[in-house]
Design a protein around this ligand. Sequence first.
Ligand SMILES: [Zn+2]
Length: 111
Amino acid sequence: MQGWYSQGRYNLTSNGTYSITRSYLVIIGHRPQMRTADLVWTAMAIPKHRFMVWLAIQGRLLTQERKQKLHIQVDDTDCFLCEEKVMETNVHLFETCKWTEIVWQGITQWT
Ligand SMILES: [Zn+2]
């Protein structure tokens, strides 16, 4: 915690005001930021996968939940990938779906 508070005084900005943002940034220190786009738009993945991951991150995959929000006729909202009777949502597909879990286990074993 150096630079923003020393000898009982706050260091002020060049125009003489106190900056809480500047103090906060000094407290948390330098943290390298990784942009989500850099992870998605990598040459390691084929374009189709890049696009699907990008849609998933943006919450714009056309899941049954999203179809309902867009007022698109949906006959069955249950997930098509697993036997559970839960609505197909972005969170379900990538976090709680049993089928996805099996796929992740396969990928983990493969790598
Ligand atoms: Zn599922």
